[in-house]
Design a binder for this molecule. Structure first.
Ligand code: ATP
Length: 340
């Protein structure tokens, strides 16, 4: 338990999603880094020189074949969106290597019913869910579970319209009918450290989705003539700063989510997470999802964001903030505080 103890640990993640940022942040904090990547995806990790070691696997599903190598290297795995989606929340629970973050929270995040319960108990405003299509009395967005990047989601305005549209997807049985909120999307990137007991707002983004973000480039008449159907395939992220007067509410919302997470899991949520919401014209926040890990929108801020710039005297990405949390835990003899 001394300064420099952190060097016993290495930081590892799989090569996708936010790996460049995580590894760069870890190197900036003085860690050695490992990336586990698919053979055909090695190039960026070599080119950007963020990985001290590259471990190749054929497919991400073969991850467990190399887990022992990570254990031998005293590596701490940083989970991200692709890590959780390639392994699945159940297999993440089986990891034996060190893992940053509370694994149990992933179950709450990945189960739509549990996620809703968590967010509602955190006193957040959520779009209404219609269990019975006959009750549709306002615009709704129909989301298929596991739809990659929102492909195939559709909007309906009435029970009849829903029935017509759902017939186009005879295979799909697992979907949610959610009230469609008219407003702007906002993704708030948070970081909570158990060591400091403090919640930070790191940054914000909005997504650049195809074709939703380009439909306005042609006239409404042409949209109808060509029969365009809206999709939300994510292609990238766009930076946003939020009206400053909204920040107090956003801090309070994040704090309630962390507080509630302690009631539903041992240890609760810590590290990066994201509240995904629509803000309507009356400045109400409608949260439609939580990601209980680093989100790809933070890739905008490898050099820090306008918000982290206020708080830190070095460029502080979310990836680097994770590494700093681990470093402070290790140097303080409290490494278990960041593992789960
Ligand atoms: P995932 O992270 O699981 O891929 P996501 O974060 O892309 O999901 P989705 O729930 O798939 O979010 O939503 C896709 C798009 O639809 C987003 O652009 C979001 O702004 C929009 N959207 C989602 N729910 C609503 C809603 N209730 N009202 C209005 N727009 C919504």
């Amino acid at each position: 338990m001394a300064q420099g103890d952190f060097k016993k640990y290495r930081i590892a993640t799989i090569g996708s999603h936010t790996a460049l940022q995580i590894l760069k942040g870890a190197k900036d904090e003085g860690f050695e880094t490992i990336v586990v990547c698919q053979k055909d995806q090695r190039k960026p990790y070599e080119s950007y020189r963020v990985a001290d070691e590259i471990i190749e696997i054929e497919k991400f599903k073969d991850f467990f074949e190399i887990e022992q190598q990570l254990i031998e290297r005293n590596a701490i795995i940083i989970p991200h969106g692709s890590f959780v989606s390639y392994l699945g929340p159940q297999r993440v629970q089986q990891l034996k290597a060190m893992h940053y973050g509370t694994k149990a929270i992933l179950e709450w995040e990945s189960d739509r019913t549990k996620e809703r319960e968590w967010l509602l108990n955190s006193d957040l405003r959520l779009p209404k869910i219609f269990k019975n299509p006959d009750d549709i009395d306002r615009p709704v967005i129909v989301k298929f579970h596991g739809a990659k990047g929102g492909l195939g989601y559709f909007i309906a305005n009435s029970p009849n319209e829903f029935k017509q549209r759902i017939d186009e997807y005879p295979e799909e049985k697992d979907y949610a009918i959610q009230e469609y909120i008219v407003g702007v999307p906002m993704y708030a990137h948070y970081f909570y450290s158990r060591l400091t007991g403090e919640l930070e707002i790191m940054s914000f983004d909005k997504r650049y989705e195809s074709n939703a973000d380009s439909i306005g480039r042609i006239a409404a008449k042409d949209q109808i003539d060509v029969g365009i159907k809206t999709s939300y395939t994510i292609t990238g992220n766009i930076p946003v700063v939020i009206r400053e007067s909204l920040l107090p509410q956003l801090f309070a919302m994040g704090e309630r989510v962390v507080e509630e997470s302690r009631k539903i899991t041992d240890g609760g949520l810590f590290g990066p997470f994201c509240l995904e919401m629509i803000i309507d014209k009356d400045l109400q926040f409608w949260v439609f999802e939580i990601s209980a890990r680093i989100v790809a929108g933070t890739n905008l801020y490898i050099k820090g964001s306008p918000y982290t710039d206020l708080r830190y005297d070095v460029p502080m990405s979310t990836g680097r903030r994770i590494a700093r949390d681990i470093k402070e835990a290790a140097d303080g003899g409290k490494i278990e505080e960041v593992l789960g």
